[in-house]
Design a protein around this ligand. Structure first.
Ligand code: PXP
Length: 244
């Protein structure tokens, strides 16, 4: 039981924006999310994830274009399903996009997409991405109804939301893990690739490897946090070792 690692570099950009959001042309701007992506690749990441939010609170448009040009692995663009961001994705042409719900107030992505309510708009975005050769992943809660809706949309990939698992402890965590296992089985039985992510860290990731047919985990905050102490290449290497 192993999984591949995609490293989310958003919070490298968060650190940059904390100082330079209003002074982006300063000669002192740092740290560079592209340099971070290259370090994560040296540490064994098979992909780089970045979330272009509507409010551009961390990664900005230029980062996405530079990442696409600079990285040797694949770019996974996380994004809300809004016409503006869809148009940018169709210009950047990342290998993957992961569609997430997005509201301006949330600190991070709080829940999965509702593929039932938003079926029509998701369907047209899936079609546009697929026509452009971009593989879509739908970020959803581990609920059978959402897996069924994702299958109806014929998405090639789902990313199961591990946030509730990560926040739980004791028997509640066991129950969340069981939900994820069941959802992963349903998705893979429907021919959908199973990825997972959100809230995973060095201490809670091991049980997630029991998800059937799990392919890729996307992890950001914990790896960037560890990188403060050991560097991003080493922090990535340590997570890759846990996933093997
Ligand atoms: N996957 C998705 C869809 C996310 O929205 C996020 C957070 O940006 C992550 C993975 C990474 O989460 P974390 O930073 O908690 O590892």
């Amino acid at each position: 039981m192993s999984a591949l690692l995609g490293v989310n570099i958003d919070h490298v950009a968060t650190l940059r924006q904390a100082r330079y959001a209003r002074n982006a042309t300063s000669i002192n701007v740092e740290p560079d999310p592209v340099e971070a992506a290259l370090a994560a690749e040296r540490g064994g990441a098979v992909g780089i994830t970045a979330h272009l939010r509507q409010d551009r609170r961390h990664v900005v448009d230029r980062d996405i274009f530079r990442l696409k040009e600079s990285i040797a692995t694949k770019l996974n663009l996380e994004m809300g399903n809004s016409p503006e961001i869809v148009a940018i994705a169709l210009k950047v042409l990342p290998a993957d996009v992961c569609l997430v719900p997005e509201s301006r107030e949330e600190v991070t992505t709080e829940g999965g997409l509702d593929c039932i309510t938003h079926r029509a708009t998701l369907e047209s975005t899936l079609q546009a991405m697929s026509d452009a050769g971009i593989r879509v992943s739908l970020f959803i809660d581990p609920e059978p109804a959402q897996i069924a809706a994702a299958a109806l949309l014929r998405t090639p990939v789902v990313e199961l939301h591990t946030g509730a698992y990560a926040e739980a402890s004791g028997t509640a965590r066991d129950a969340e893990l069981a939900r994820l296992v069941k959802a992963a089985r349903l998705a893979s039985d429907s021919g959908i690739q199973v990825n997972a992510g959100h809230g995973l860290n060095y201490g809670n990731v091991a049980p997630i490897l029991s998800l059937p047919k799990l392919v890729e985990l996307n992890i950001g905050h914990s790896i960037v946090s560890r990188a403060v102490f050991v560097g991003l290449e080493q922090a990535t290497r340590e997570m890759v070792a846990l996933l093997q």
